[in-house]
Design a protein around this ligand. Structure first.
Ligand SMILES: [Zn+2]
Ligand SMILES: [Zn+2]
Length: 335
């Protein structure tokens, strides 16, 4: 018997994001598999089990990184197994990320553009983003701190974060109920788990707006020439946009947040007549005395990614929110 091995038909895809590859991709020196520049820059190592060879990205010593939303959609597609081993012998890598809320200044935009090897306009896009934006990957804490200092000298506020802490699967725990008290208690999972929140001084609350956009097909009764009568006809596709308030709650330890959605709004003993009123009470209760950050409005819309690329058309912003909140949490822990 002869077994013939031939390339599969169709365009090559990138092992990290499973999207199609253009010819200008980065090839693994170990096994020859191709990657997008952005995927190679983000993960830095071949994804193929048993290979894991570092991926050389042409460019300066500081490797430019894609924007946060692109990084989030790549992370969302990966499991812990996919990511296993990425940080093993690469603990010296740091990601320098811009923090949102930096007042715009031409010198800051130019500094960010230079760092990325791009124009001041590209720098300005990241500087004015309402979410934290990764900029470069750097080897060694000292080199990362030097980049942060250089940016600070030019009015851009950035932090250096260990890369392995940033590039973990995007996990969270869903809470079902909040009971008042100090600190408030969370009922997690609906299975009766009663988990206390960290004390207010050790709690970071990231207020978010969960957005989901799904394409809908409208059906209308229209005159059909062919049938000589009115018939149901599928017409243009519209987008249904669902928006829901939520909050991601972190403690002092590094780790995944607890996600509170509006349907958690069963604050025991709360007599607010509307779901919205109850949600406002829950958020107030959880935020009291805690550090609060916000990823709402423009930040919420900016972070939309396809839920399952190639499979369905639904876009959601939860992976982006989880990654953005993770950057804020790591920056808060480091402060
Ligand atoms: Zn890719
Ligand atoms: Zn490889």
């Amino acid at each position: 018997m002869t077994i013939r091995i031939a390339p599969r038909g169709g365009p090559a895809t990138c092992p990290y994001c499973h999207d199609g590859l253009d010819p200008a991709a980065v090839a693994c020196a170990g096994c020859g598999v191709g990657y997008h520049d952005e995927c190679a820059a983000t993960f830095g190592r071949c994804a193929i089990l048993g290979c894991r060879v570092p991926l050389a990205v042409p460019g300066p010593e500081a490797t430019p990184l894609p924007r946060l939303v692109a990084m989030a959609s790549r992370l969302a597609a990966l499991s812990a197994t996919d990511l296993g081993g990425l940080g093993d012998d690469d603990d010296e890598s740091f990601v320098v990320a811009l923090l949102p809320g930096t007042p715009e200044h031409p010198d800051a935009s130019a500094a960010v553009g230079e760092l990325l090897g791009q124009t001041p306009y590209d720098g300005r896009l990241r500087l004015t983003s309402p979410v934290p934006e990764p900029l470069v990957r750097v080897r060694g804490r000292a080199a990362a701190d030097a980049v942060v200092q250089r940016l600070a000298g030019r009015r851009a506020r950035a932090v250096a974060l260990p890369r392995h802490a940033l590039l973990r699967p995007l996990g969270r725990t869903d809470a079902r109920e909040v009971a008042p008290g100090e600190p408030p208690r969370l009922v997690v999972d609906g299975s009766g788990w009663d988990v206390p929140l960290p004390p207010a001084a050790e709690r970071l609350v990231v207020a978010v707006q969960l957005v989901e956009v799904s394409p809908q097909t409208e059906t209308k009764n229209l005159w059909s020439e062919a049938r000589g009568r009115k018939a149901k006809v599928k017409t243009r596709r519209t987008l249904e946009r669902r928006v829901e308030p939520g909050a991601l709650v972190f403690g002092r330890a590094p780790g995944d947040p607890v996600l509170l959605r509006r349907d958690v709004a069963r604050l025991s003993g709360c007599r607010e007549p509307t779901t919205f009123g109850r949600w406002a009470r829950v958020l107030a209760e959880v935020s009291r005395g805690a550090t609060v950050e916000r990823l709402e409005g423009g930040a919420a819309s900016l972070l939309l990614t396809r839920r399952r690329p190639l499979v369905d058309q639904v876009e959601e912003n939860l992976p982006g929110l989880l990654l953005a909140a993770r950057v804020l949490h790591l920056a808060w822990l480091a402060a």
